[in-house]
Design a protein around this ligand. Structure first.
Ligand SMILES: Nc1ncnc2c1ncn2[C@@H]1O[C@H](COP(=O)(O)OP(=O)(O)OP(=O)(O)O)[C@@H](O)[C@H]1O
Ligand SMILES: [Mg+2]
Length: 379
C-alpha cells in the first residue's frame, strides 16, 4: 500500500486542515526518545499478548470487514499501540497519516470537535486513495456526554467510508448507544510471563546491568502495565549502576516487600505508639506514600488466614481510609486510622478467641515464603 497513490494521498492531506494527526513532528533520533516510545510496537507482530484480539482484528482487516471498534482496559496494555498498528496495516507506513484522524485527551473533547473536526475529516473525499478512513478517539471516556450523543449520528452517517475506534480506560463512561455501535475488545493487564520476555529483550538491547531480583521487582511493581515496566527500567538504569531490587524500590519510592512485612507485623502485634512511630519514620526517611503502604498491607492481609468477620471489618475500614486519602486528607491522620482499623480487628479476634480457644491468631502468608503466625495482642 505504500505506493505512489499513497504518497499522493499523503500530499492531499493538507486538504483536511482541521485534521490534526499525531506524529507529524520532525523525526528525532530514537536514542533521545523515552523507552516507552522507542519500543512502541510498530506493527501488529511486535505486540506482545492479546493474540486472540489481534488475530480477530487481522482477519477483519484482511476480509475488508472492519467494524467500528471500542478498546477498553487499564493503562499501558497496548490499546493505542494496537490501533496505530492497525492504521499502518490498513493504509501502509506512508499513507496512514493522511487516512487517519487521531484525537486524544489533549484536544478539546466537546461537541465542537464532533461537529467540526470529525465531520470535516469523515465527510471529505480523498482523491487517489482507497479503503476506509479511520477516526481514533483516544481516551474517549473524557468526552462530554453531549459530544458522545452527537457522535452516534456521525458514526451512522459516515459508516460508508469511515471507521471509528474509541479507546478508553473506563467503558462505563461511554454511553450505551455508542457501545452498541462498536465491537468491543477488552485489553486485560499483561501477564507477568509476557512482560518478562519483552523486558529481558530490552535489557539486552540497552545493555542494562540488571539482576534477577531487579527484574522480578519491576514486574511485581508494574501490575500488568507495560508502560510502567519500561519507565521504571529506564529511570532506575539512569539513576543507579545496577538495577536490583533495592535500586528499583528506591527509584520508584514504593515500599519493598521487606518494608511491608515489617509494617504488617507491627500492625498485628505492636502497640499503637510503636506502630505509629515505625510507619511515620519509614515515611519520613524513605518518602513512602501511605496509599502504597496500604496496598501492600492489603495484599498480605488478603492471603492471611483469619475469621471472615474480622477480615470483612478490616477491609471495609481500609476502603474508607482509601477514600479519605483520595480526597486529600493528610497522611498523618490516616496512619492513625490504619492502626485503629487493625486494633479493632484484633479486638474482634480476641472476642472470638474468648469464645473459641483457637481464635485470636492471624496466619500471614509471605510472598513466596513460609506462613508466619502473629498472635493478636492488645496494645
Ligand atoms: N501489548 C503490548 N506489546 C508491546 N508493548 C506494549 C504493549 N502494551 C503496552 N506496551 C508498551 O507500553 C507503551 C504504552 O502502550 P499504549 O500507549 O499502547 O498503552 P494504552 O493501553 O494505550 O494505555 P493508556 O490507557 O494509558 O492510554 C507502549 O509504547 C509500549 O512500549
Ligand atoms: Mg492509550
Amino acid at each position: 500500500m505504500a505506493s505512489s497513490s499513497a504518497a499522493a494521498a499523503a500530499s492531499a492531506a493538507g486538504a483536511v486542515a482541521s485534521a490534526p494527526v499525531e506524529d507529524e513532528r520532525p523525526e528525532v533520533s530514537p536514542d533521545t526518545l523515552p523507552w516507552v516510545e522507542k519500543y512502541r510496537p510498530a506493527t501488529m507482530d511486535d505486540l506482545i499478548a492479546h493474540k486472540d484480539i489481534l488475530g480477530t482484528i487481522n482477519r477483519l482487516i484482511d476480509n475488508g470487514k472492519l467494524p467500528h471498534l471500542l478498546f477498553y482496559g487499564p493503562p499501558g496494555t497496548g490499546k493505542t499501540s494496537t490501533i496505530l498498528a492497525c492504521a499502518k496495516r490498513l493504509h501502509g507506513e506512508r499513507g496512514w497519516k493522511s487516512m487517519t484522524l487521531v484525537l486524544n485527551a489533549s484536544d478539546d473533547r466537546g461537541i465542537g470537535v464532533v461537529r467540526d473536526q470529525i465531520k470535516g475529516f469523515a465527510g471529505t473525499k480523498k482523491l487517489f486513495s482507497t479503503g476506509v478512513k479511520l477516526v481514533i478517539l483516544d481516551e474517549a471516556d473524557a468526552m462530554t456526554s453531549d459530544a458522545q450523543f452527537a457522535l452516534r449520528r456521525v458514526i451512522e452517517k459516515y459508516t460508508k467510508n469511515t471507521r471509528f475506534c474509541l479507546i478508553c480506560n473506563y467503558v462505563s463512561r461511554i454511553i450505551p448507544a455508542l457501545q452498541s455501535r462498536c465491537t468491543r475488545f477488552r485489553f486485560p493487564p499483561l501477564k507477568r510471563s509476557e512482560m518478562e520476555a519483552r523486558l529481558r529483550e530490552i535489557i539486552d538491547l540497552e545493555r542494562v546491568n540488571a539482576t534477577e531480583t531487579g527484574v522480578q521487582a519491576i514486574l511485581r511493581l508494574a501490575q500488568g502495565d507495560m508502560r510502567r515496566v519500561l519507565n521504571v527500567l529506564q529511570a532506575t538504569s539512569l539513576g543507579f549502576d545496577t538495577v536490583d531490587e533495592a535500586s528499583v524500590y528506591a527509584c520508584t519510592g514504593d515500599p519493598s516487600p521487606k518494608d511491608i512485612r515489617l509494617i504488617t507485623q507491627a500492625l498485628l502485634t505492636s502497640s499503637v505508639a510503636e506502630t505509629f512511630e515505625l510507619i511515620r519514620d519509614m515515611q519520613a526517611s524513605r518518602g513512602l506514600a501511605l496509599g502504597d503502604i496500604m496496598q501492600g498491607v492489603a495484599r498480605v492481609m488478603e492471603r492471611a488466614v483469619q475469621p471472615a468477620k474480622a477480615k470483612a471489618a478490616l477491609f471495609s475500614a481500609l476502603s474508607r481510609i482509601e477514600v479519605r486519602l483520595a480526597s486529600g486528607t493528610p497522611d498523618k491522620h490516616q496512619v492513625g486510622a490504619l492502626i485503629a482499623a487493625f486494633v479493632q480487628m484484633r479486638e474482634l479476634l480476641e472476642d472470638d478467641g474468648d469464645d473459641e480457644d483457637d481464635g485470636g491468631e492471624v496466619l500471614v502468608a509471605e510472598e513466596g515464603g513460609p506462613t508466619s503466625s502473629s498472635s493478636a495482642q492488645s496494645s
